[in-house]
Design a protein around this ligand. Structure first.
Ligand code: EPZ
Length: 419
């Protein structure tokens, strides 16, 4: 089992180039099942979740050719795909459920493993299934699988999501793209990754239009075109490095990210005291000696992202007084708290609130990662402590951060991977 060794208390300075977005790549890869034409996808991040999704597509007989050291792929579904997705592929990567919509749209049937829970919550898919049934899908759940079919094919409908869900919005937009007639989806999630997926689908010949802040209209089409598409940059990776600069009071230039999609995070970091300069496609941040406290609530985009909650918690441990973070998206996304407390943090949990005392001096420790974003929060804390830390189970980290120790080393971190 690989682990990371971190020796901290140094300031991070230099340039970081942001990789392609994991959470845009996953729905876009799933959506390639809609088409029997050639699709080239560029700027895929080289992370485990993308490898798993490509393996999943291969298990459905998708033809995949890797180009340019795996950051680009050529995809083709020119013959009938299988429509069975096994538990072994979905259990480690819940986004596997995103192939349900495209398989039903193209083949009117699918047997897909239920995602199962993970460290941050139970990850149900009830919103996906209820909405799909409004497009004419009949389903049953047995032995941990969803058996779904649409005897008359998918037919467009008006659907209002009962709760904002990124995955359900993605699954339904993809499914409706080939449904007969028009579909209107309201109360949609509007994360930039969803907009990127819609841009990809429209470039492939779909007819999708945002007609309200959280309302989208989809006209089903019959034929799709060849497409060559570049995936957007990863805003959560960018936010992580912004927080790292504020935490270590360094100066970091973040290249290849449009500041508009992380407006909320930038505004919060400015309130905390960081100096930030914005350009069209890059951000320069200078951490401040004094870190002011602030209370934060996670929320669907454009609110503060739950995927940056653990990282922000580490920064607020260093603030000049108490802060409170309310986690409003997932029911159990405080797994990093006990590990941070073992490093000397003073964080108390009261239902979905974390009360964070400031002025923490993190000490190095033997640590265990529990989920993707929690793992990176342990690295951030370790970067500020004078003594050595070892972080185990870093396979969680490798699911979503491309070459993190290489990028961190380049800006001055003392970090190495031990196999
Ligand atoms: C996506 O997960 C992201 N994953 C998550 O990022 C992110 O944290 C999350 O959106 C919220 O922004 C990908 O994009 C691959 P949801 P998703 O459906 O789609 C409940 C990471 O670290 N819900 O918006 O699963 C659900 O339990 C990952 O990159 C239902 O109740 O999130 C949660 O409490 C972690 N029923 C809330 O809604 C459903 O049918 C939001 O979930 C679906 C969701």
């Amino acid at each position: 089992m690989e682990k990371l060794e971190v020796l901290g208390a140094n300031t991070l300075n230099g340039q970081v180039r942001i990789s392609g977005s994991k959470n845009a790549s996953l729905p876009i890869l799933a959506a390639t099942l809609l088409s029997d034409k050639k699709i080239e996808l560029r700027n895929l991040p080289k992370v485990k979740d993308i490898e798993t999704m490509l393996l999943l597509l291969k298990s459905l007989d998708t033809k995949i050719k890797y180009l340019k050291n795996n950051k680009s792929v050529l995809i083709e579904n020119n013959k009938k795909n299988k429509t069975f997705v096994s538990y072994s592929l979905v259990k480690t990567m819940r986004a596997g459920i995103l192939v349900l919509g495209p398989l039903l749209a193209r083949y009117s049937k699918a047997k897909v493993s239920l995602p199962g829970g993970c460290a941050i919550g139970t990850r149900p898919i009830d919103i996906h299934l209820k909405a799909l049934s409004k497009l004419g899908v009949r389903y049953k759940i047995a032995q941990g699988y969803v058996y779904a079919n649409a005897p008359k094919g998918l037919v467009g409908a008006k659907i209002k999501f009962p709760k904002i869900s990124v995955g359900a919005t993605e699954n339904l937009i993809i499914a409706a793209s080939l449904a007969k007639g028009q579909t209107i989806l309201s109360n949609c999630a509007i994360e930039p990754e969803i907009k990127d997926m819609v841009n990809f689908l429209n470039k492939m010949g779909c007819k999708i239009k945002w007609i309200g802040k959280r309302t989208v209209k989809i006209l089903g089409v019959k034929n799709l075109d060849e497409v060559n598409y570049k995936i957007m940059p990863d805003r959560i990776e960018a936010g992580t490095y912004l927080i790292a600069a504020a935490l270590t009071k360094g100066k970091i230039e973040i290249l290849g990210i449009n500041p508009k999609i992380i407006r909320t995070e930038i505004d919060i970091l400015k309130k905390i005291g960081a100096k930030i300069k914005l350009k069209k496609n890059h951000i320069t941040i200078q951490g401040n000696k004094k870190i002011k406290n602030i209370n934060i609530k996670t929320a669907p985009y454009p609110g503060f992202p739950t995927d940056l909650q653990a990282q922000m918690m580490v920064l607020l441990c260093k603030a000049d007084s108490r802060s409170v973070i309310s986690e409003k998206i997932f029911e159990n996304r405080f797994m990093h708290v006990s590990e941070l407390n073992r490093m000397g943090a003073k964080i108390k949990i009261k239902s979905n609130k974390a009360i964070i005392e400031g002025n923490t001096k993190f000490e190095g420790a033997e640590l265990m990662a529990t989920d993707l974003r929690a793992s990176v929060s342990l690295i951030l804390a370790a970067l500020t402590s004078k003594s050595k830390s070892r972080i185990n189970r870093i396979y969680h980290l490798d699911r979503g951060y491309e070459q993190i120790e290489i990028k961190l080393k380049k800006i001055g971190a003392k970090i190495k991977r031990l196999s």
